[in-house]
Design a binder for this molecule. Sequence first.
Ligand SMILES: NC(=O)c1ccc[n+]([C@@H]2O[C@H](COP(=O)([O-])OP(=O)(O)OC[C@H]3O[C@@H](n4cnc5c(N)ncnc54)[C@H](OP(=O)(O)O)[C@@H]3O)[C@@H](O)[C@H]2O)c1
Length: 209
Amino acid sequence: MRIGILGAGNMAAALGAKWVGAGHDVLIGARSAERADALAKRIGARTGTLAEAAEHGEAVLVAVGHAATGEVIPALATRLAGKPLLDCSNPILPGPGGLMLSTDGGPSAARTLADAAPDAHVVKAFHLCAAGVWAGPHAVGLAVPVCGDDEAALAVAHTLVADLESVPLPVGGLDRVGYLEATAAIVIGMWFAGQDPRTMLPSAENAHG
Ligand SMILES: NC(=O)c1ccc[n+]([C@@H]2O[C@H](COP(=O)([O-])OP(=O)(O)OC[C@H]3O[C@@H](n4cnc5c(N)ncnc54)[C@H](OP(=O)(O)O)[C@@H]3O)[C@@H](O)[C@H]2O)c1
């Protein structure tokens, strides 16, 4: 599959390298040609501009961060039309009681992305774990919660999850993304505090006692 990646940072590197390894034709697009070139060379991808990445991808990963999407995405909206647009963003900030959502009280980050590129098919995925997890061996067998409204785009996202040797876990449509983004704020906050979120959950068979 042709995959365009917007951004040349940690998530672009982690997911891009794995997808190149799985045989996909990845193009790294960034505002800095130097950074796009350096990452593309390191992981064996193509390099280009943000617009070229949006054009290239049969699926496009947004890896520029939620705060930048309002600037980056509207200019690419026409090129993104009809394509799965993968949102891995964590709109979280440090707050007085721990991590909080910068989107609190407003639309989710994924919904804002969908509004900025109304003809793209936004799918939320890959936001819960650190780039280092996606880059390393601990993504193998990991359940990856995925939210989206478009069946074909979800199928593409599931394939790209499987190409990380992870397991897609559909958890609903875009109307549920706010819950998933809030889950990230809690879970990531626990990891930062040295707590293990996995210890709070029984197995499915024991979920009801
Ligand atoms: N890192 C993680 O562990 C992790 C885990 C899960 C989800 N995420 C999410 O993944 C996304 C990317 O995170 P990251 O850690 O990969 O970020 P990063 O390493 O800081 O890279 C961000 C990329 O976005 C580009 N960028 C920033 N502002 C831009 C703008 N206004 N216009 C164009 N490009 C811009 C940067 O370009 P320059 O280099 O030119 O600044 C850089 O290429 C975020 O939404 C984050 O919440 C991250």
